[in-house]
Design a protein around this ligand. Structure first.
Ligand SMILES: Cc1cc2nc3c(=O)[nH]c(=O)nc-3n(C[C@H](O)[C@H](O)[C@H](O)COP(=O)(O)OP(=O)(O)OC[C@H]3O[C@@H](n4cnc5c(N)ncnc54)[C@H](O)[C@@H]3O)c2cc1C
Length: 420
């Protein structure tokens, strides 16, 4: 069976690895000169920043991505965060468990019950599932400012949006209760995508960089590239988004209803700030959710487990916030003000290395969390990547869950126990 994969992001590479291992003849087209898409390292002033991600997996070594990597025998090290999270509130940085003290006795009892219900699979349904997740928590726990700020920071950091429907929030909480908190990738994002590319090539697959797909002919089952070459396929895997795949195939091949749904899908957008500080690691392998800030939602420190990501004598931090308006200049100004609130001595201790904005064609997620995405309506064409993440699947964990669904449709495994 011949498989053509468009895009060498983590979604495309993960799927390609399983296809090559299952004797598919695989060819991957990547329009950029490098593989990994938004999940690879980016060298800048001697630091290994990234093209997108914070060098972190939302559920560390116990989540769905780590599971698929284990099945592939991938040589990567993921190190679970400890503590799973911290909180910047009231001018102090606290262990996440200390957050309980900001809840009254009744609120604590209600929150504990809610967590137990979610863990047991009692999730919001129907209209309740569609309501605002933050409003849902207020109804369930009480109107507690700390809880609301915490959830807002969590969503801004994990999903790059400030709210999601209750059904999605409950599933993300369920996933976190089941698989635990995040983990940093030793060596950064490219340790995973580089290893996946090696697995594809070692198993006989081909990856062609600077090769852009410009058309998919679904009748003759061919992909045409920008240099005029044609490649036939039995199975097509598209890692470039739903809207983009529809454009490559031609909108005339889809019915109106489907196009309406596709056009209504919204991305999540945000700004990432890479900060270098002199000296030893500051917070270690964890995430600090920032509640006392106007824009920044959280930050981590990838060099705490991978000192090689920063030059000697420095540590690398990544801060992030969801975009709250289209005025990027004003958003950045507010983000920088927050950074000085978190690190008041920044000018003496280090610098903001690079600010990266993710919007429009280069978003944080092509389809923001909480939107329903149906299976692609054309036979033998499958979408993978951040446009196809099943409910509750945060970032690349969601991509891994989507890849599991795709593999199931191709008859290459069963992963039913994994979907939150
Ligand atoms: C600021 C930020 C922080 C994040 N942090 C994290 C994190 O810490 N942990 C986490 O799990 N996730 C994180 N994410 C999300 C994660 O990075 C993305 O969800 C993931 O990398 C997307 O992978 P993908 O395979 O869907 O697509 P992509 O990485 O976008 O890959 C698609 C590839 O297709 C190629 N392509 C596009 N069109 C064509 C064409 N016509 N022909 C050929 N090639 C084409 C592109 O060049 C690209 O390489 C973060 C994202 C951002 C932006």
């Amino acid at each position: 069976m011949k498989a053509v994969v468009i895009g060498s992001g983590i979604g495309g590479l993960l799927t390609s690895s399983f296809l090559t291992k299952n004797d598919y003849e695989v060819i991957v087209f990547e329009k950029a000169p490098y593989v990994g898409g938004r999940f690879t390292n980016l060298n800048y002033k001697g630091f290994d920043l990234s093209t997108g991600a914070f060098h972190m997996l939302p559920h560390g070594e116990d989540g769905p991505l780590a599971y698929l990597l284990k099945l592939l025998g991938a040589n990567v090290r993921i190190m679970n965060s400890n503590p799973k999270g911290m909180i910047f509130y009231d001018g102090k940085t606290l262990h996440y468990r200390e957050g309980w003290k900001y809840l009254s006795f009744t609120e604590k009892a209600r929150a504990t019950k809610l967590l137990l219900d979610v863990k047991r699979g009692k999730l919001p349904e129907g209209e309740e599932a569609e309501m605002s997740g933050r409003e849902w928590l207020k109804e369930k726990i009480g109107d507690n400012e700390f809880v609301d700020l915490f959830i807002k920071s969590f969503l801004g950091w994990a999903d790059s949006v400030l709210d999601v429907p209750a059904g999605e929030l409950a599933r993300e909480i369920k996933a976190a209760l089941k698989w635990g908190g995040p983990g940093l990738v030793k060596g950064g994002c490219s340790a995973i995508t580089g290893e996946l590319a090696r697995i594809v090539e070692r198993s006989g697959g081909k990856i062609l960089t600077r090769k852009k797909a410009v058309e998919i002919d679904v009748d003759s089952k061919k992909v045409i590239t920008a240099d005029g070459e044609e490649f036939s396929f039995d199975v097509l895997i598209s890692n470039v988004g739903i809207k983009e795949t529809v454009e490559l195939i031609g909108r005339r091949n889809f019915d109106r209803e489907y196009l309406k749904k596709v056009d209504s899908l919204r991305p999540s957008e945000g700004i990432k700030y890479n900060v270098a500080l002199k000296g030893k690691p500051r917070i270690g392998n964890t995430v600090v959710f920032t509640l006392d800030t106007e824009r920044i939602n959280g930050y981590n420190e990838p060099s705490s487990v991978s000192p090689e990501l920063a030059p000697e004598g420095y540590t690398l931090l990544m801060l992030h916030h969801a975009l709250q308006s289209r005025n990027v200049k004003a958003e950045r100004k507010k983000g920088i003000e927050d950074i000085y609130k978190i690190f008041p001595n920044l000018d003496g201790e280090g610098e903001i290395l690079l600010i990266q904005t993710y919007l429009d064609g280069n978003p944080v997620n092509r389809v923001a969390s909480g939107q329903t995405v149906e299976d692609f309506p054309i036979p033998d064409v499958h979408i993978v990547g951040d446009a196809y993440r099943p409910p509750g699947g945060i970032e690349v964990e969601g991509i891994a869950l989507g890849v599991m669904k795709t593999l199931e449709r191709l008859g290459l495994g069963s992963f039913s126990g994994w979907y939150p």
